[in-house]
Design a protein. Structure first.
Length: 598
């Protein structure tokens, strides 16, 4: 038998502790289904009402749209007529709340008032409650007075506020208000499995013919596992959608993947994007230092190691594989990859609320990867004092650092950040990443490995006459980006097709040689070298350097030209020469900026 939902267990703990008010937030608009109970799937508020009835409560619902409603009970309706007589307009907030004040203080009854869409009755005002409408102020003051009322606290009566937008006024959500905030999480794998079996059994018994079956390669256990992040109502909608498309195939993994990406993006208000890549490390060319580290990390996570890092930073040159390898890591771990978008907004308090939504979803979807792309832009920097955004940046960074460092998330939530400008990160942000892996231009030996793989990704083939050693010795092929190599392959394919007047022809040596000779980088080589060297200086362990492993030089690796004077024969970075070169590049970049301004 499936156990009770976590939120209901917390609700009962608060009720027995004498807490008069409960605020339910999170996944409050979903269905609840507990296998082994006689209660069919129903909304959270209905399930809660029936639960309270079994405890002897007389339950009332109130919302602005439906007004005051009474949940019928076969043996407990004593207050119904009394309440209805006192209220002329059941949709009037002031009349309803005024009528319930004396009722909630009584000790001879057990009554529960469930207020739905509480965000619309006592909405947040970002710390400026005086600007609220009189109706909102009356409701807010009444709810707050109920929470601290000694007579209500001494009774068994309860006030439950259901939030659908996490926008209940902070006067009620803060400590000491008399209300406990309880988050209704998304359904776990056990709940999804039980609900899936229910839908399949209804279809088998002919009671729900609009539910498609699962595809032949998807068992209920596998479906429950891969549908993490979906609500029960989403699972039901997915079965119905498959039925509408024709039940011959049924619900497939691809349907789940696509539906899940849409639903989670909507729930996250476009602050998170879900990626479930289809290729792993086998598709990664070069980057042996990163792949080797991540292979060990995958093995340790799957083996239950307790000391794995919680945050990893990939820093370095644009277009050199950082994004690609993050997705490959997600595939190897079999974790959903949650890409954090810009969570900042202009309104006071909105950025913090966005952050809490992202963190809540990540906990619900764990185990997962949270990927912060362009870390230097998404999170900003900590200042020495309060920032110009009224301290929002400092509060958000502090909250992320607290969450990132929580031991309860170790091994379940892996933070991976990527940045093309490691020089813009402050020391406090950098300190939160236990592992920093550098990404620099591919070496000549890596270029030889990359070109055939990139051609394959573009659905092109290289002819047998291609001589890689001649290509890599061209001026702009000595320190290219992976993106540049991809464009060279595309240009070579264009030349091959045009020569034969047929699309998809093999790329011969003279095509690739001409394309590489014609290539001109559209980036500043000075800036790229500065970024690469800055990333190398930040690297946390010697064996994470691209040319190193734990035993020394990586076999077959040849250094990019700008590193030849900075690396010792033993494979160590000469820190003195490195810092000196970084300072020279900084001065050169400053002169270039000055020259553009005059």
């Amino acid at each position: 038998m499936q156990r009770q939902p976590k939120w209901l267990i917390q609700f009962e703990e608060a009720r027995q502790a004498g807490t008069p008010g409960i605020i339910l937030t999170g996944n409050t608009n979903d269905l609840v289904y507990v296998d082994g109970q006689s209660i069919p799937p129903c909304l959270v508020k209905i399930y809660l009402g029936q639960y309270l009835q079994r405890l002897g409560y007389e339950v009332f619902y109130f919302s602005l749209s439906h007004g005051l409603q009474h949940l019928p009970s076969p043996d407990n309706n004593r207050l119904r007529s009394e309440v209805i007589q006192k209220i002329a307009n059941p949709r009037d907030v002031e009349q309803v709340l005024s009528a319930f004040t004396p009722i909630l203080r009584r000790r001879d009854i057990k009554v529960a008032l469930v207020v739905d869409y509480a965000d619309h009755i006592c909405p947040t005002a970002q710390g400026m409650n005086a600007v609220l409408a009189p109706q909102h102020l009356f409701a807010l003051q009444t709810f707050h007075a109920w929470g601290v009322d000694d007579e209500i606290r001494a009774s068994d009566n309860m006030i439950i506020l259901i939030s659908h937008e996490n926008q209940v006024n902070e006067l009620l959500t803060r400590t000491g208000s008399g209300y406990r905030v309880i988050t209704v999480d998304l359904p776990g794998e056990e709940e999804r499995f039980a609900f899936t079996n229910l839908l399949l059994s209804l279809r088998t018994r002919g009671r729900a013919k609009d539910f498609a079956p699962l595809s032949i390669d998807l068992t209920p256990q596998e479906f429950a596992r891969c549908s993490g992040g979906l609500r029960l109502r989403d699972l039901e909608a997915l079965f119905r959608q498959a039925q509408a498309q024709g039940e011959q195939i049924g619900v497939t993994r691809q349907m789940v993947r696509e539906y899940k990406a849409i639903v989670i993006r909507q729930m996250a208000k476009n602050l998170l994007e879900v990626k479930e890549p289809e290729t792993g490390f086998e598709a990664v060319a070069g980057l042996r230092h990163a792949v080797d580290y991540f292979r060990r990390l995958v093995w340790r996570l799957h083996s239950g190691a307790s000391d794995v890092p919680q945050a990893i930073l990939l820093a370095g040159v644009p277009g050199c594989g950082k994004s690609f390898i993050v997705l490959a890591l997600a595939k190897e771990l079999n974790f959903p990859c949650l890409i954090m978008r810009n969570i900042r907004e202009r309104w006071i308090g909105a950025s913090e609320q966005n952050l809490e939504l992202v963190l809540w979803l990540s906990q619900t979807l764990a185990p997962c990867i949270i990927w912060i792309d362009e870390l230097d832009q998404v999170l900003g920097q900590r200042t020495t004092g309060e920032s110009a955004d009224a301290g929002t940046s400092e509060r958000m960074l502090a909250r992320i650092w607290e969450f990132m460092g929580s031991m309860k998330h170790r091994g379940r939530i892996l933070w991976v950040a990527t940045t093309n400008r490691p020089d813009l990160l402050d020391a406090a942000t950098l300190d939160r990443f236990q592992i920093v892996i550098p990404f620099i231009h591919p070496s000549p030996s890596e270029v030889c490995e990359l070109l055939p793989l990139l051609a394959q990704q573009l659905k092109r083939s290289l002819a047998d006459d291609v001589r890689m050693e001649e290509i890599v010795n061209l001026p702009y092929m000595k320190s290219p980006t992976v993106r540049a190599l991809q464009e060279v392959i595309a240009k070579a394919g264009e030349l091959a097709d045009w020569e034969e007047k047929k699309v998809g022809m093999p790329i011969r040596h003279h095509h690739l040689l001409k394309a590489a000779s014609l290539y001109k980088p559209n980036y500043n080589p000075t800036l790229h070298e500065f970024i690469a060297l800055t990333a190398l200086r930040m690297t946390t362990f010697q064996d994470l350097l691209p040319w190193r492993d734990e035993n020394g030089w990586r076999p077959g690796y040849t250094l990019p030209p700008y590193l030849e004077e900075l690396v010792t024969p033993e494979g160590d970075l000469d820190i003195f020469k490195l810092n000196e070169r970084i300072q020279q590049l900084q001065q050169q970049l400053q002169w270039e900026r000055f020259a553009r301004q005059v």
